[in-house]
Design a binder for this molecule. Sequence first.
Ligand SMILES: NC(=O)c1ccc[n+]([C@@H]2O[C@H](COP(=O)([O-])OP(=O)(O)OC[C@H]3O[C@@H](n4cnc5c(N)ncnc54)[C@H](OP(=O)(O)O)[C@@H]3O)[C@@H](O)[C@H]2O)c1
Length: 199
Amino acid sequence: MRILMIGASGTLGRAVTKELEKKHEMIRAGRHGADVTVDIQSVDSITNMYRQVGKVDAVISATGSAHFGPITDLTPELNELAIESKLKGQINLVLLGLDYVKDGGSFTLTTGILMDDPIAQGASAAMANGGVKAFVKSAAIEMPRGIRINSVSPSVLQESWDQYASFFPGFEAVPAARAALAFIKSVEGAQTGQNYEVY
Ligand SMILES: NC(=O)c1ccc[n+]([C@@H]2O[C@H](COP(=O)([O-])OP(=O)(O)OC[C@H]3O[C@@H](n4cnc5c(N)ncnc54)[C@H](OP(=O)(O)O)[C@@H]3O)[C@@H](O)[C@H]2O)c1
């Protein structure tokens, strides 16, 4: 398959790319993408990326930013990051990419554990995750041409533990390689409308 991987250079994206590149042609995208550049916060940038890349069998997003901080300090402005990046950015990859995904192809987006197992300072990220999950579940029932759509909800990754441990007391970190399996299931399998929890 020809797979467009947005966020390929990230902690999660590297693990997903490492698994999928064994069998598939990977096109690596990001703001400093190895093969094509894209800023998911810009509609024009996403459109340009798809024009450059052309038809693909699968689009994977392993990206999306959010502000972490106490709810009492969360301003509408700080909340915009999660809306513009993790929520709208990922959803716009689908809306603008539909014509570029071949019949029977797939989209796979990324959510995260904290929407279902809340942590302090995570409300903005949880909002975006929940929006993505709901979009995926709903969009799946009317995707055209046999195109499937799923999301993956990892726990905190072992590779990110040093960075995020203080936010996730009592949580069990998972290896990024295990989270990558859910992306393989989404791309190579037959399911749609799922949010794969990797806890
Ligand atoms: N790490 C964890 O423990 C964990 C756990 C659960 C869920 N997640 C979720 O998994 C996703 C990836 O997390 P991560 O830890 O792998 O992040 P990361 O290491 O910071 O990597 C982010 C990736 O996304 C790209 N990127 C960042 N902003 C972008 C933008 N505006 N447009 C296009 N590409 C952009 C980056 O490349 P460029 O800098 O070149 O743009 C990079 O490839 C996020 O949605 C995160 O919430 C992570």
